[in-house]
Every structure is written in C-alpha cells, then in structure tokens.
Ligand binder design. Structure first.
Ligand SMILES: Cc1ncc(C[n+]2csc(CCOP(=O)(O)OP(=O)(O)O)c2C)c(N)n1
Ligand code: SF4
Ligand SMILES: [Mg+2]
Length: 287
C-alpha cells in the first residue's frame, strides 16, 4: 500500500526469541514505527522473554512488565498518570500475546475499551500459550493440535477483531508479519488517533505450529490468501476497509506448512474449508 517502514532502531538485535520468530519481527515493526516517545506494557509471554529480563532490555524505550490479567488496566493507569503530570505526548502501547488478550486479560481489555481509554493495544496472536509449552488458547483454530488438545481443539477460534469492533472504539485492525508495510502503516495510523486502538497481528510460532525456521512470513501470507485471516480496518465500530483478502488459496495449502494440522482427514479439511468460506463471505458484506 505504498507505506515505507520506519527503521529507527528501537528494537535491538541479540534478543532471546527463537531464530525466525514472527513475534520478534512484529515487535520490531511496532516499536520502530511508534518511536522513542513510547512506553510499552508487556505481560508474561514470549514477548516478555524477547524484551528481556531486567536489567537488560531489547527495546530502547521503557518497558513495564505487568501481570497476565492486567495489561490494559496498567496501560490505562500509566496514560492517565502521564496526563495528570501534563504529558499528553508520550504514547502507551500494550504488546501482549493471545492468551493474555483473548483469555486471561480480556476483562481488563474489554472494560478499558468500554471506557475508551487512550492507548494502543497490540495482540501478537500466535494462537496458543507458546511461552509455557504451546497449550490451547481461545484463539487456537478448530482441530489444531496443541499440547493440551492432543486430538485437536474441538471449538473454533474466537473472533476477537469483531468483538473489539463491537465495542465501537475508534480503531480496530488486523495485520500480519507477512505484510510488513501494511502492519507498519496500521501502527502509524493508530499512533495518530486518540482513544482506544486495537491491532490484532497474526504471528506464526515456529515451535508451536511446527514450522520451518524460515516459514513465518510465507505462512502468514497464506493465512491471508486462503481467507483464514483477512487484513482489514474498522473505524468507530462501523466503517470497514478491506486491505488484503482471500485469493482462493485452499486452506490445505496453508495447513501443509504446519505440523499442528497434519492429523486432519480430508473430511475435516473440507469441513474447515466450508467454515472459512462462510466467514469470508460474511465479512465481505461489511465493506
Ligand atoms: C494468571 C497467570 N496464569 C498463568 C501464567 C503462566 N504464563 C506465563 S506466560 C504464559 C503464556 C502466555 O501465552 P500468550 O499470552 O499467548 O503469549 P505467548 O507466550 O504465546 O507469546 C502463561 C500461561 C501467568 N503468568 N499468570
Ligand atoms: S516459541 Fe514461538 S513465539 Fe515464542 S519465541 Fe519461539 S517462535 Fe517465537
Ligand atoms: Mg500466544
């Protein structure tokens, strides 16, 4: 979309992510785009490991490591305290995993959205509790293997982008690391707005998804091109814009990159293809 990625070096190399980790790529695009006048709030997750144990840090900005339940409440409190001191310019961003967002931190997130608190919340969605050994979260896709769903997860992925849009907050977007200019543009857009902004970033996990070390970007592109994870924006809960959507790639092509789906029979693949097609058609009615 013609947006050039800012490369102010705020995220350093030498961090503790697995080589090839999409979360690390996403953090780079996010903090380098937001700039130095930013405070990050990070709950327990691979993100916390990547940002580093005190006194070390891979980010050249203040990072507050909070509890898994309370990222949104912490960010709201930090932003309010800054404003009370007369500082209206420093941006506050939560960078949290899907377990800390869809599940354990959801109460604080939803109530912050209802109050339209003034910060950016980015969820790095790798579809499981990866830091603790790849357990299922409510973001894990239908029938995917995790260490706590060894026969496949029996329920579908929660549709968090739509749940956040239903709060009517100023900005909701989906993004992924295979489309870095789109991701950086959405972070820059969120930076310019006031009130609650939420960006859901699909970040394939090499270990938890069973991916080759160099497969993260290609896999995230296949998620979009198969219609599983369309990239779009929602303003004020009502104005939808499609950025990148399905190119009709079969879900099997996306799944074939990953070992977490290798147990699926053809009938299960067909069932998932039908679910993806229905969801894609439903989303298209909103643009
Ligand atoms: C209330 C609570 N329950 C469990 C934990 C243990 N824990 C630490 S990190 C983590 C995984 C978080 O998963 P996610 O938010 O998806 O981030 P990821 O590791 O996948 O990046 C868990 C369960 C905790 N710190 N607090
Ligand atoms: S376990 Fe997954 S999310 Fe965590 S650092 Fe490794 S590749 Fe990244
Ligand atoms: Mg996760």
């Amino acid at each position: 979309m013609g947006y050039s990625i800012a490369e102010e070096k705020i995220f350093n190399s030498g961090h503790a992510a697995c080589p090839g980790c999409s979360e690390a790529l996403a953090i780079r695009y996010i903090v380098n785009t937001l700039g130095r006048d930013t405070i990050a709030v990070v709950p327990p997750s691979c993100i916390a490991i990547i940002s580093g144990p005190q006194p070390y840090s891979s980010m050249r900005i203040p990072v507050y490591q909070t509890t898994l339940e309370s990222s949104a409440a912490s960010a709201a409190g930090i932003k309010r305290a800054l404003k009370a001191k007369g500082n209206d310019h420093t941006k506050v961003v939560v960078i949290a995993g899907d377990g800390g967002t869809y599940d354990i931190g959801f109460q604080a997130l939803s109530s912050a959205a209802e109050r339209n608190e003034d910060f950016i919340y980015v969820c790095l969605d790798n579809e499981g509790y990866m830091n603790t050994g790849a357990q299922k979260s409510s973001s894990t896709p239908y029938l995917a293997y995790t260490t706590s769903t060894p026969s496949g997860k029996p329920t579908p992925k929660k549709n968090l982008a739509e749940i956040m849009a239903a709060h009517g907050i100023p900005y909701v977007a989906t993004a992924t690391t295979g489309y870095p200019d789109d991701l950086a543009r959405k972070v820059a857009r969120a930076r310019e707005l006031k009130g609650m902004r939420f960006i859901l970033v699909l970040t394939p996990c090499l270990d938890g998804w069973g991916l080759a070390d160099n497969a993260g970007p290609k896999t995230s592109r296949l998620a979009v091109e198969s219609g599983i994870f369309p990239l779009y924006e929602v303003e004020d809960g009502v104005r939808y814009t499609l950025n990148y959507g399905s190119k009709g790639i079969p879900v099997g092509a996306y799944f074939s990159q990953q070992s977490r789906f290798k147990h699926l029979a053809q009938a299960q693949l067909d069932e998932i293809q039908t679910m993806v097609d229905v969801n894609w058609r439903r989303l298209q009615t909103k643009f």
